[in-house]
Design a binder for this molecule. Structure first.
Ligand SMILES: O=P(O)(O)OC[C@H]1O[C@@H](O)[C@H](O)[C@@H](O)[C@@H]1O
Length: 302
């Protein structure tokens, strides 16, 4: 465990919090995982990336999908759960050599707050500040905070504080991998009639979504200007995704192309469906010096 004394005190101040190593539970060299448990539910959060890797409402099934081949290794993005794409979503707009989806998911975040406002709600806040490694990729000062409330629902509040001295374009996503059992059985409601950018063809055409979304092959789409709520309906359950302040929903499943993605592996694409809420493309925010931009999302099972 590599927690500072302050983090250990925060951890000890709230019941139901612990730090465990990913070794044994997940493959890889071992990362510190924060476990959160209360009367409402249970979550596991990697300090690397402030990355929620599991969320299980009491009596239910894990809402998150983690690849059976996920690696829990220093500096590597974890395949599954909720990686944070920040401060850019997708390839860097000017430099494709920079890491896809930014660097927030690869950095170690610090536990800065914990509280238990009710027997069935625990709130933890993790923070990332600019450092030598981030400034080499993104020459701007910042404070990112992710407040995670765990209970019957999972609520995320990402606060992006731009501390640079000039306006700066950002883009972001809460890149959620949902555990859907069989992707072909899953239906996404709440996107009918919206416009999506199909990011697979080179010319990135735009289409109108007719009806609900059910995947039949490789899919990589950015839905823009979407309603605040979507549902993922499977034969087993209905998962509600609610985000009042983000404007996009990214729907991704690599299908059999994932057979060649080492940390997904042959046949494993069937288990997941990404529906990511965020602000990208024309909804990418330009933050003024000192501005704090929020992206919130609540996940619950109905
Ligand atoms: O493999 P990564 O970097 O985690 O990205 C996974 C996918 O993330 C999605 O959000 C993108 O739309 C896809 O294009 C991308 O392939």
């Amino acid at each position: 465990m590599s927690l500072s004394q302050t983090e250990q005190q925060i951890l000890a101040s709230v019941p139901g919090l612990a730090i465990v190593s990913s070794t044994g539970t997940y493959a890889g060299a071992g990362l510190d995982l924060l476990t959160v448990e209360n009367a409402g539910g249970q979550a596991t959060i990697a300090l690397q990336g402030a990355h929620v890797v599991s969320f299980t409402p009491r009596g239910g099934e894990d809402v998150m999908w983690i690849s059976p081949n996920a690696q829990f290794a220093a500096g590597e993005a974890i395949r599954g759960g909720i990686p944070l794409c920040l401060p850019w979503f997708g390839p860097h707009p000017q430099d494709e050599d920079k890491p896809k989806h930014g660097f927030a998911r690869n950095e170690i975040w610090t536990l800065v707050e914990a509280s238990q406002p009710a027997a069935d709600v625990t709130r933890v806040t993790l923070e990332l500040r600019d450092n030598d490694a981030t400034r080499a990729l993104w020459p701007h000062a910042f404070v990112y905070r992710l407040a995670i409330s765990v209970g019957k629902a999972l609520h995320l509040d990402l606060a992006i504080e731009h501390k640079g001295n000039a306006p700066q374009l950002h883009s972001l996503a809460l890149h959620t991998y949902f555990n859907v059992g069989k992707v072909t059985d899953a239906v996404i409601t709440g996107l009918a009639g919206t416009t999506f950018i199909d990011t697979i063809p080179k010319d990135k055409p735009r289409h109108k979504q007719e009806g609900d979304v059910q995947l039949v092959g490789p899919t990589d789409r950015v839905y823009v200007d979407v309603p605040r709520t979507q549902h993922i309906k499977t034969p087993a359950r209905s998962i509600k995704i609610d985000s009042a302040d983000t404007h996009c929903a990214i729907v991704w499943n690599a299908w059999t192309n994932a057979d060649k993605i080492a940390d997904i592996g042959p046949g494993n694409y069937v288990g997941y469906l990404c529906v990511e809420r965020g602000d990208a493309w024309e909804f990418s925010p330009t933050l003024q010096p000192g501005q704090v931009h929020h992206a919130t999302m609540t996940l619950s099972v109905e």
